[in-house]
Design a protein around this ligand. Sequence first.
Ligand code: FDA
Length: 397
Amino acid sequence: MRRETFDTVILGAGAAGMMCAIHAAARGGRVLILDHARAPGEKIRISGGGRCNFTNLGASARNFISGNPHFAKSALGRYTPQHFIALIEKHGVAYHEKTLGQLFCDHSSRDIIALLVKEMAQAGCEMRLSTTLERVEGDDAGFVVTLGGERAATVRCRQFVVACGGKSIPKMGATGLGYQIARQFGLAVTETRPGLVPLTFGEDVLSGFREIAGVAANVRISCGKAAFEEALLFTHRGLSGPAILQISSYWRETQPIRAAFLPLTDIGALLCAAKRENGRRSIQTALGEILPKRLATYMAGKQGWGGTLGETSDRKLAEIAGLLRNWELYPVGTEGYRTAEVTLGGVDTACIDSRTMETKAVPGLYFIGEVVDVTGWLGGYNFQWAWASGWAAGTAI
Ligand code: FDA
């Protein structure tokens, strides 16, 4: 077996790993980045519908879920969305703001992968794909890394950076190896669960949702103290859409979620006005002018809102509006890691120095990106964390 020496070995050529590699190699170190996949940045490629929502202009620590809500402040404050924008402008990648500060590539997410690969090559970093990590062990001089695959080798290094992401989308090679490595070195890992994921429902509720699969509506969705205003989508499997993905990261089994349809509209006032205008219209028809028609039919049928507006008291109309303001639902689960965009939880931030991402107990061992217990909202925040934590480690090595 070949024996080699590098200053830094990075496990995972995803968003965080590549950013770390660029900066660690730019500082003059010999850097090897490895990945078991055949191509780097596979999640970047599929993200944002192929256009990669690569950052969010408003990203700050308040957009992240973590056991320590202050942990992400250091990296996010020092490597901001403007820094990443400067990088992509340097490479001439065209982009646009879609909504709510979310920046997407105009053409393809492959533009982002290409610029990261180019920057790594220019900095002198070596990348090995289709390479598996058999073992990593600590010794007096740092780490001994045993690699399998096409180019089996034993590699010695002073720094070992774990950037292999979380458990979401196992079909794309997510393994959870990062958590195993953390445990092997005696570090704590907080409970992991799927985040940014569609919610599922019992058959009693689901049969109704199937009738209106494909219908979307703007809602204010809440669970406990967390609330988001975005679109909700009814599907054959349950509920999805940005509102549901956002709230799924806060939802826990047995908790209800609450949806308020058209949160900025006074539905009660609209129903009363419709009654004065033409009392012969059915409640369902009037609701169909406020909400998507199929949703109005579903809600009226499910709640038993029959009869005309004229036959219905203003008080009852206010009650109907009240229910549409506070529709309580009990999900039974999530679609799991198969479709989750991220993994909540991960390597306990208490074990990591927030400025450098180096573990406190094992000098030279770093964790960056999604493997750490820092998870962003939907909207470009997770990539911003990957860039920022990768940069923090890369510039500290
Ligand atoms: P990432 O998962 O990107 O990279 C880890 C790398 O490690 C991979 O290349 C993997 O192959 C490798 N690896 C894993 N196990 C290994 C092993 N055992 N041996 C060797 N290599 C191994 N976020 C966002 O901000 N905007 C968006 O638009 C989207 N869209 C989106 C869509 C979909 C479908 C998903 C699944 C996710 C998103 N995300 C997103 C989330 C975002 O993709 C995610 O947070 C980052 O990719 C995390 O970056 P990391 O570098 O930490 O892990």
